[in-house]
Design a protein around this ligand. Structure first.
Ligand SMILES: Nc1ncnc2c1ncn2[C@@H]1O[C@H](COP(=O)(O)OP(=O)(O)OP(=O)(O)O)[C@@H](O)[C@H]1O
Ligand SMILES: [Mg+2]
Length: 241
């Protein structure tokens, strides 16, 4: 097994009486990819927020490259290599595609020319380099999602967290972003993807982790997890409501 990059130990987040993330533990190796699935409100985005520091854990610990980062601020975690996209679009529609991607690159490259070079390279990796000068507001939803991936890549993350970047896309757009994710992982990028579509999850992820009402109810190979009756009950059952 590859070296452990991320360690999550008994992480819990309570909002008043609601336990959004409940005693979650898992480890992720360098260069691995895993999907995080679960019904609406299961705690997926909250778990990302606990990893990147947007939220402080009520209990538990987060380790990154062996360091205990539980009490680190978001900017410190970004500097160490935690990069993410947000479920709610962060695209600045009146800026150019390149300028949007540069927002991430400024973290490690304060000089504009350097940030632009790095941002352009990130756009190439998501297939948007030819659109660099266009206004971001002109992009389709699928292109915008790839732009958000490029912005996160600009942070030069060691671990890339993607929150529903595939949601709501048509088949063509979906195939393109899946290709991007697969290529990134093939080049060694460690990735966690939040995604609802189980069929899609199977196409890029061997390992699937399932959250239900804050609890991790499964962690294993995609085929076995997706056939697990407990998962089907919790996930597919609720989806039908
Ligand atoms: N800042 C907050 N304050 C209070 N409750 C919150 C907060 N953030 C999330 N919650 C609650 O925590 C629970 C988990 O929310 P979360 O957004 O993590 O779910 P999710 O799995 O990402 O859902 P979705 O699939 O809809 O994106 C929900 O009940 C939500 O209402
Ligand atoms: Mg969410």
């Amino acid at each position: 097994m590859s070296a452990i990059q991320l360690g999550v130990e008994g992480v819990t987040k309570r909002f008043g009486g609601l336990t959004a993330v409940n005693d979650v533990s898992f480890a992720l190796g360098q260069g691995d990819i895993l999907s995080l699935i679960g019904p609406n409100g299961a705690g997926k985005t909250t778990l990302f927020n606990l990893l990147t520091g947007q939220l402080a854990a009520t209990a538990g610990k987060v380790f990154f490259d062996g360091a205990d980062i539980t009490h680190y601020r978001p900017n410190q975690r970004a500097r160490l290599g935690l990069g993410r996209t947000f479920q709610i679009s962060q695209t600045l529609t009146s800026l150019s595609v390149l300028e949007n991607a540069m927002i991430g690159a400024f973290l490690h490259h304060p000089r504009i020319a350097d940030a632009a070079d790095k941002a352009y390279a990130a756009l190439e990796r998501v297939g948007l380099a030819s659109r660099a000068k266009e206004e971001a507001g002109h992009l389709t939803l699928g292109e915008r999602r790839r732009l958000e991936v490029a912005r996160a890549l600009g942070l030069e993350p060691r671990l890339l967290l993607l929150d529903e970047v595939m949601a709501g896309l048509n088949q063509t757009e979906l195939a393109r972003i899946v290709d991007v994710v697969v290529a990134l992982n093939a080049s060694g990028q460690t990735i966690i993807v939040i995604e609802h579509n189980l069929k899609v999850v199977r196409t890029f992820s061997k390992r699937v982790l399932v959250l239900d009402r804050g609890k991790m109810i499964a962690d294993g190979g995609a085929d076995s997890v997706l056939q697990d009756p407990v998962v089907v009950e919790a996930y597919v059952g609720k989806k039908k409501q």
